[in-house]
Ligand binder design. Structure first.
Ligand code: ADP
Ligand code: ZN
Ligand code: ZN
Length: 804
């Protein structure tokens, strides 16, 4: 008899281990590890999906094993390496193994279920069961159910009167999609619009959308629903009225925005050569060493990556390259695809699930040698990897915000050990963690201090916005920035204007002296809680009243900082009517491919000024950009997070690096209310090392990363009292397990303390060496599954990227 160990798709602590199933005769040659199967689980007819982890000859189980019902895949979807990785990942991130396995798969293969409520046979005639099911035998659980119905279901289930069965949805369904198109031309559409009643709001919105997007049809229905908030019923009505047609699209969307840029192999500078030599040696020696390239913006890191990849390919090996977000780094992707052609697969969010599946297959069967992608591409099923690159390694997006909360860097290091290949981390502004590891010799540090061709670093000017002369009479653009924008545009050059909007508009700042209100215990900014009318610290829970005058200078000009891009766009148009402004923010980039379009338009000189949020700070390389303006350097500085200075320094350095990359000299203007802050001053001269030393000193003083490890444990419950009570229970549990050397902060409410009707509290553990902590956290997770802790969810985040 053959037995399969299967990890089932039931995300609970009790089921977080493999279960044994018999492999029936007829499937004996079919089932292999890494394949998904359908099995019955628990009592009744509950059918669920599972992953085959292992196959063996005998079972330790004394009873009769259930058989595998059917196989979902004909070939394994996960390699043995990925199966191994899932054990490690689940342990590291305190996640269910099933979540880890699913995270590694392309989305099209993730399980989709319908859930049905059915009566347990003895209770078919039970009055309450009948009231729930009505005449039907089963009832599908949907998100539309009322709370009362859900409560009834939960109660009946506790009484074992009903059971919930899962049915795996037909996976082929996802390959066909419903989409909307129209045979009408814009003139006819306008006529239709004019004939609509003025209170037919949804219809008006839909028709307007069609008019605006006539060139982009057909558009998938899900996109209309999700991105445009246009409901299915409105679409159906419009169909009836002959405005549009609903069609099935099987045609896969073409990858958006990638235009391979052919570049020839460049003669390397000395610094580049030295970097390539070290990396290539590690590739040749199959040495799983980690390199950190600390290279100023414009030092030519891309060419180092490309030539190192080439060497891996020459050795018959493959290469994996991670970038923060494909749509924000199109130039990097274009260069890689340009150099290596169809050996490259690009995994990006613009791919439909079908395309993702195709790319995944090409990687898995070895026709692809180079994979470029964002965070989840770290699971690409490449074989014989010779090199892994993580560009802009400091980016927070490499950490997943949801379960499993993994960091792509950690996964990359794990894979590098398996494949015996080096990892290259690159950044102009490495994360403090990585830089500190390089300091200790854990990583191998490579400096690239010179810009290619000795282009000078841009000239940076810090504008003190506290000064009346600088602060614009009305608006946010100082006379000096305005003047420089005017002159750049007049010379036919281009400018980038950054509105620093990361973080929240909910911190308080004095416009007279730049003072922000800080926590006396934690040295982070207090956050304004509108619901309580209080200033609160998210670390320790300290709170105080909202001040009415500046505690520092007694000015009344204190306010909650925050300016929108649209507002700045309007100001730019008023001040510089001759300049063409392109705005790039969440509103203008909703559409798939919109990023790439805006970037291309700017590259083609269709605009003089590119105005945007954080998304314009990264990786853009435009030869004609000579001026960069930063409207408000302070917002990232004031977020209530100990990484605030680090994020500010990174952002300012990155955006400054956009100026003067070609032959023309660059100029950067940074407007700030904190001109003396070290993060701003060091960024102005692109002096990472000085910043690093100062920041390390402060982290040391206040016991933060990288001197201490940080684990964030958060607790959620529908009832605020319960959430608070459980978080104190949690704190006591931790307290008992930790030594005196560790620091426990909280419980304190999170930034948005109520999300989706749940209250969130968090506890921060800072520690240096706590061998017991890992097991204790696993135990706590286990305990939270007990009946007494029903409805109580807990999330554990190791080394959080944000604390909010
Ligand atoms: P960064 O280090 O900021 O990522 P890039 O890799 O974008 O810098 O390089 C900056 C510019 O220098 C690019 O336009 C690139 O084509 C050019 N460049 C890089 N290496 C060389 C070289 N060896 N010779 C000539 N130009 C180079
Ligand atoms: Zn505090
Ligand atoms: Zn003040």
């Amino acid at each position: 008899m053959s037995v399969a160990e299967v990890v089932v798709d039931v995300p609970t602590m009790q089921t977080n281990r493999p279960f044994e199933y018999e492999i029936p005769e007829q499937l004996a040659d079919v089932v292999v590890p890494g394949m998904r199967v359908e099995v019955s689980f628990g009592r009744g007819k509950r059918k669920i999906q599972g992953f085959v982890m292992k196959i063996k000859d005998t079972s330790n189980f004394s009873g009769k094993l259930k058989p595998i019902d059917r196989v979902i895949d004909l070939r394994p979807v996960l390699t043995p390496e990925m199966l191994d990785l899932s054990y490690w990942l689940a342990d590291q991130t305190y996640s269910f193994q099933i979540s880890c396995l699913q995270t590694m798969l392309p989305s099209v293969m993730r399980a989709k279920y319908k859930q049905f409520v059915e009566a347990v046979p003895e209770f078919v005639d039970d009055a309450e069961v009948k009231s729930l099911l009505g005449d039907g035998e089963s009832l599908e659980i949907t998100s539309q159910m009322t709370d009362e119905t859900i409560q009834l279901i939960n109660r009946l289930r506790r009484q074992n009167k009903i059971e919930i069965n899962y049915v795996v949805e037909n996976q082929a369904r996802q390959l066909k999609r419903q989409a909307v198109t129209t045979n009408l031309n814009p003139i006819q559409l306008r006529e239709k619009r004019n004939s609509l009643r003025s209170n037919a709001k949804a219809q008006l919105k839909l028709v307007n959308y069609l008019i605006d997007n006539v060139d982009h049809l057909p558009i998938e229905m899900s996109e209309l629903e999700n991105d445009q908030d246009i409901g299915r019923s409105a679409i159906k009505t419009a169909e009836k009225n002959g405005i549009l047609e609903i069609i099935e699209v099987t045609k896969r969307r073409k990858p958006v925005g990638i235009t391979p840029e052919k570049t020839t192999k460049l003669a390397l500078t000395d610094e580049q050569q030295q970097a390539v030599d070290q990396i290539v040696t590690a590739i040749d020696q199959s040495n799983p060493e980690t390199f950190l390239i600390e290279g100023v913006t414009g030092s030519g890191k891309t060419e180092v990556y490309l030539q190192s990849i080439e060497q891996a390919l020459n050795q018959g090996r493959s290469a994996l390259m991670l970038v923060p977000e494909i749509s924000l780094t199109p130039q990097m992707v274009n260069r890689v695809t340009g150099r290596f052609g169809n050996k490259v697969a690009v995994l990006h969010s613009g791919l439909s699930s079908g395309e993702r599946y195709d790319e995944w297959t090409r990687i898995e069967n070895g026709s692809v040698k180079v994979v470029v992608g964002a965070r989840s591409a770290v699971f690409a099923p490449l074989k014989n990897i010779g090199l892994i690159i993580i560009d802009e390694e400091h980016e927070a997006s490499y950490k997943q915000d949801d379960n499993p909360r993994y960091h792509a860097r950690d996964v990359a290091l794990w894979r590098a050990k398996q494949h015996k290949c080096p990892v290259v981390l690159g950044s102009a502004t490495p994360s403090l963690e990585s830089r500190a590891r390089a300091q200790k010799g854990v990583y191998h540090l490579i400096y690239m201090k010179k810009r290619v061709n000795d282009h000078p670093l841009p000239h940076v000017q810090i504008i003190d916005m506290r000064d009346a002369e600088n602060s614009a009479a009305k608006g946010d653009i100082s006379p000096l920035l305005q003047d420089n924008l005017y002159r750049a545009v007049k010379r036919g050059e281009q400018a980038i204007v950054l509105l620093n909007r990361r973080g929240y508009s909910s911190f308080m700042m004095c416009r007279e002296c730049g003072f922000t209100l800080k926590c006396p215990n934690c040295d982070v900014s207090l956050t304004y809680h509108k619901d309580l009318s209080k200033m609160k610290c998210h670390y320790c829970g300290h709170e105080e009243p909202v001040p009415t005058v500046c505690p520092n200078c007694k000015s009344k000009k204190i306010g909650f900082y925050g300016t929108g891009t649209q507002n700045i766009e309007r100001q730019l148009n008023e001040l510089l009517p001759q300049a063409r402004v392109l705005r790039m923010d969440v509103d203008t980039t909703r559409r798939k491919g919109a990023h790439a379009k805006i970037i291309k338009a700017f590259g083609d000189h269709k605009a003089d000024i590119l105005l945007g949020t954080q998304m314009i700070a990264k990786g853009l390389d435009f030869p004609d950009v000579t001026l960069v303006g930063v409207i408000n350097a302070d917002t990232t500085l004031s977020i209530s997070d100990y990484r605030a200075s680090e994020r500010t320094f990174q952002l300012l350095t990155q955006v400054s690096g956009r100026a003067g990359r070609a032959d023309k000299e660059g100029h950067v203007i940074i407007q700030t209310f904190n001109p003396d802050h070290y993060a701003i001053k060091d960024a102005a001269v692109q002096d990472y090392e000085t910043f690093y030393k100062q920041e390390m000193y402060l982290r040391h003083q206040s016991n933060y990363t990288p001197y201490y490890f940080t684990t964030l444990v958060s607790v959620a419950h529908k009832d605020e009292g319960q959430a608070l009570k459980q978080s104190y229970w949690l704190k006591r549990q931790l307290q008992a397990a930790l030594s005196d050397h560790s620091i426990l902060l909280g419980p304190s409410p999170t930034m948005i303390s109520r999300k989706q009707n749940k209250y969130y509290y968090q506890i921060i553990v800072k520690y240096k060496n706590e061998p017991q902590l890992h097991q204790k956290l696993l135990d706590i997770l286990n305990d939270t599954q007990a009946d007494t802790k029903k409805g109580f969810t807990i999330a554990i985040d190791n080394e959080p990227q944000h604390i909010d």
